[in-house]
Design a protein around this ligand. Sequence first.
Ligand code: FNR
Length: 185
Amino acid sequence: MANGLTILGISGSLRAKSFNTFALRAAAELAPKDVRIVHADISDLPLYNEDMRAAGYPAPAERLRGQVRTADGVLLVSPEYNYSVPGVLKNAIDWVSRPPDPPFSGKPAGIMGASNGLFGTARGQHHLRQVCQAVNLLVMARPEVMIPKAGEKFDADGRVIDAHTHDVIVRFMAALADWVRRFRA
Ligand code: FNR
């Protein structure tokens, strides 16, 4: 998009009916018109191995690094696993974090999360913010999106069926677009 924004969306869950992937899709649909969300596929990334990197980035890692590099911003939508960041997402972040020219550094970002529990990934999001600090992803502080009891907020096809959740995502995506635009100026 010439004047629009491209935001790379990464779901922290590989599950086919993932509530977080549902939330990422909803974010794409409810984003301002000039925002395009590109969904990253992190399912084929190997486990991070420094020997492998030294021999040359594997194709899935190189692809993800390129997608981050060309995006105006990043949207991480992730469950909380054992109060923290799921391994698949941390692994993806680790692949993108390394030299040359670490692609996350200086990129604006947003975080959302959905869980079946009452806290909507609140604890995991704090850990994720800490990781983002390490790779110099510039995460918008507010608004926060923590979707609790996610099973009640989406239908079987992943559509948002809860009015409050719908409105929260609309507000979040408008704020994220403003946040990302600030860094492009
Ligand atoms: C969970 N779940 C979970 N929920 C939570 O609120 N806090 C937690 O610490 C955890 N820990 C956790 C660990 C592991 C290994 C799994 C598989 C699950 C439950 C989690 O919120 C639920 O499975 C969500 O549906 C996962 O997100 P997706 O896959 O629907 O996006």
